[in-house]
Design a protein around this ligand. Sequence first.
Ligand SMILES: [Fe+2]
Length: 247
Amino acid sequence: MVCKIGADPSALQGSLKPCRVLESAPNGFTWQRIMKLGIDPNKNILRAFPTFVGQFDVPNAAQVNPILEKVILARESSAEGKSKSNIGGWHSDIDFHEWPEVKQTDIVDSFYSAVSNMVAMSAMAQKFNLKCHFVSWANVNRKGSHNAVHNHCNAHWSGVYYVRTPEYDTDDLDRAGDLTFYDPRGAVNMMAHPGKCVDGESIRIKPIQGRIVLFPSWLYHSVYPFQSDIVRISVAFNARVEQFSEL
Ligand SMILES: [Fe+2]
């Protein structure tokens, strides 16, 4: 018996081999295995509507982070913070990339490079001219600070760079103020299913010092309450593609 997989087998353009049916009844079947795949998943199964989330380690983070930490904490002590998605914590103006001390480092170039990588992936292009509208801001979180579920309007790509984070065990996500992404596919979480492909579980990313996490601006996300006694410092940014031409 050929397994019923809810799709036209001929559309998969592979060979579907029989599997062993352990039990059959009017209400359904129990299979020993779903199917013996005679198809190449990479060739025959289309990953429709993928969501790209990039993670990039900044090579000179160890040198640049102490500089950023100093300038961000100095700004925090002299400027009133903004109230955005942050619950508690300090959120700077959106001109971080224009601060003179920041311009003396190449950290913003790393942000541009990360955005370029995401555009390259999306456009499937190797060489191109790219012009983006760019804004960035610094965040200082202390114990209890968190960010409500939100996305970033008026941008294509958003990112966060971790200047200072606690060093916890990899399982201790709650204390580190992990970044949580929510599955954007509507009611995909209506039914549990093995794996994340059609389950709808959220994805939690542990903040790593010196790392950029980059994602589509429309993707809903939040930050778990930060529980450490140390200060947590990050920089967030938005990039809106305004011109793109492949070379
Ligand atoms: Fe955000």
